[in-house]
Design a protein around this ligand. Structure first.
Ligand SMILES: [Zn+2]
Ligand SMILES: [Zn+2]
Length: 148
């Protein structure tokens, strides 16, 4: 399960999933996906939009926002749960975990075998359908720790 896909394979997944869901592959959608793939910072729609508009001046925020939501619906992006902030997107669909800085809101990926293998409590399994398990650690990132 931990075989990581390279960029070309991720693009193939993008083309395949889009086709499966009857989503037309437009230059703008492709550009949005490529921008998300490049991002390591779990960007919000607004951040992706600001990066893209430099290259594609006629792209609209609405298009970026709707497209990212669609990506999450067809399973090629994850929405990172934020508390009340704008949704943040994650192109990495492989099992991994997050450290979130409560000061600057940086979300940093990390991998840990023990966390991958955590078991879901029985009462949760009885009540809900668990689709993915992710550990979120919160605290201060290295930059913010220095300022405390
Ligand atoms: Zn920080
Ligand atoms: Zn992530």
């Amino acid at each position: 399960m931990s075989n990581k896909l390279d960029k070309k394979e991720m693009m193939d997944v993008f083309y395949r999933r889009s086709k499966e869901h009857g989503l037309k592959i437009t230059p703008q959608r492709t550009a949005i996906y490529e921008e998300l793939l490049k991002a390591k910072d779990h960007p919000s729609a607004d951040v992706i939009y600001r990066r893209l508009v430099k290259k594609i001046p006629n792209i609209s925020f609405d298009t970026v926002n709707r497209t990212l939501l669609t990506f999450s619906q067809i399973g090629i992006a994850n929405i990172v749960e934020g508390s009340g902030q704008p949704k943040r997107y994650d192109p990495d669909m492989n099992t991994h975990h997050h450290f979130r800085c409560i000061q600057c809101n940086n979300i940093i990926d990390f991998h840990n075998k023990a966390y991958d293998d955590i078991t879901v409590p029985q009462e949760i399994q009885n009540q809900f359908t668990v689709l993915n398990k992710k550990v979120v650690l919160e605290g201060f990132c290295d930059k913010c720790s220095k300022k405390i």
